[in-house]
Design a protein around this ligand. Structure first.
Ligand code: PLP
Length: 378
């Protein structure tokens, strides 16, 4: 079979599969982005954003991928005259560290190996030294399928008075992230992950405290300018109009399902994926106690790299999963199960994976992973 993007089973770690309603929403003639109709679209998006974040606040939509949202958040909020504390245990933690260092001259990084828990005591000790203006952390480390235990760090972060800045790109609408209960000051979400909209928009939530602390960073991504425009249902620069139309539709779908229901469904799919992985005799890459509900990272079977595994899945079974990043390239593969991913996606993916393993002489009991999934299907 030749890989066909129109019919593929598509479980990479984002962009994720998009509902046809969301795709169709983009197929419109050009709109005047300063006209009444587009203003009404922005007004509706503003009303719907709290559904996705699970909190009310000052929320903006930026034209640009998730990294644009991170650059906006860090350039506008990391202190110039105090320390920033960056926590890192994966590729995106390291990327966040690089961004923060562009805007803050005094950064302390506390890290753990990829896929291992952040050293909570070291974080607390760093906070206790004082002078930390912002704590910057990735909630869900997409690169290694690891959900950081932010709740455990909340008391120390709050006691320090530092701004709490979170990369929620693969967490928002995928794993529980109680923004108000944890006292998060800013969160970045990406359109192409739990929301299941096309790639190219970043949504940023700001608390009152964060709004008051905004300072000019970059020109294009100046969050204060975006907040001011959005209050008038406008954007400071020409927005990606078709993506805004898709965003509205994806938010409406999320509202119909309900945030709680989407999180619960994502969790059930993740649980079934982990059980299916175990049934194949494969091993998770991250510490299983912190395995992410949006992305499962699995160690490649010994002797099988990308050409023997992912490429066969793609070329012969029309199933797309994602490879590893950095040092994990060719050593792990990642299955995304967020957004509108559903049971048939898992069944097809694991049926194909079983065949690929069997053909390589690593046959598990026939149907073992499918049975594990079926047991967990509602
Ligand atoms: N942070 C996390 C946790 C991510 O998962 C990603 C992308 O996968 C990014 C940052 C970068 O986002 P983008 O590629 O949309 O710029």
């Amino acid at each position: 079979m030749t890989f066909d993007p129109e019919t593929t089973t598509f479980l990479i770690a984002g962009p994720v599969r998009i509902h046809p309603r969301v795709l169709r929403a983009m197929a419109t003639p050009s709109l005047n982005h300063r006209g009444d109709y587009f203003h009404s679209v922005v007004a509706e998006i503003r009303e719907l954003l709290p559904v996705m974040f699970g909190a009310k606040g000052h929320q903006v939509v930026l034209t640009g991928s998730g990294s644009a949202g991170l650059e906006a958040m860090y350039s506008s909020l990391v202190p110039r005259d105090r320390r920033a504390l960056v926590l890192s245990n994966g590729n995106f933690g390291e990327r966040g560290d690089q961004i923060v260092r562009r805007y803050c001259p005094n950064v302390t990084t506390v890290s753990a190996p990829w896929g291992r828990a952040l050293p909570a005591e070291a974080v607390r000790a760093e906070l206790a030294k004082g002078d930390i203006g912002a704590v910057c952390v990735v909630h869900n480390e997409t690169s290694v399928g690891f959900a950081n235990d932010l709740a455990a760090l909340v008391p120390a972060i709050r006691a320090s008075g530092a701004l709490f800045l979170v990369d929620g790109i693969s967490a928002v609408a995928g794993i529980p992230e109680p923004i108000d209960a944890w006292g998060i000051d800013a969160v970045v979400a990406g359109s192409q992950k739990g929301l299941a909209a096309p790639a190219g928009l970043a949504m940023v939530h700001l608390s009152d405290r964060a709004l008051a602390a905004l300072h000019p960073g970059t020109f294009y991504l100046d969050l204060a300018a975006h907040v001011k425009s959005l209050e008038k249902n406008d954007t400071p620069w020409t927005p990606a109009v078709p993506l805004f139309l898709a965003l509205r539709e994806a938010l409406l779908l999320l509202k119909q399902e309900g945030l709680g229901a989407r999180l619960a469904r994502t969790h059930r799919l993740a649980d079934a994926t982990r059980a299916a992985v175990a049934a194949l005799g494969l091993e998770l890459f991250p510490d299983p106690a912190f395995a992410s509900d949006t992305v499962t990272a699995v160690k490649n079977p010994t002797g099988m790299g990308d050409p023997e595994l992912r490429k066969v899945l793609e070329k012969e079974y029309n199933v797309l999963v994602q490879g590893g990043q950095g040092a994990q390239t060719g050593k792990i593969f990642r299955i995304g199960h967020m957004g509108i991913a559903d049971w048939p996606d898992l069944l097809v993916t694991f049926a194909a994976l079983e065949r690929v393993l069997a053909r390589a002489g690593r046959a598990p009991a026939r149907g073992a992973s499918l049975a594990a999934i079926l047991e967990r299907m509602p």
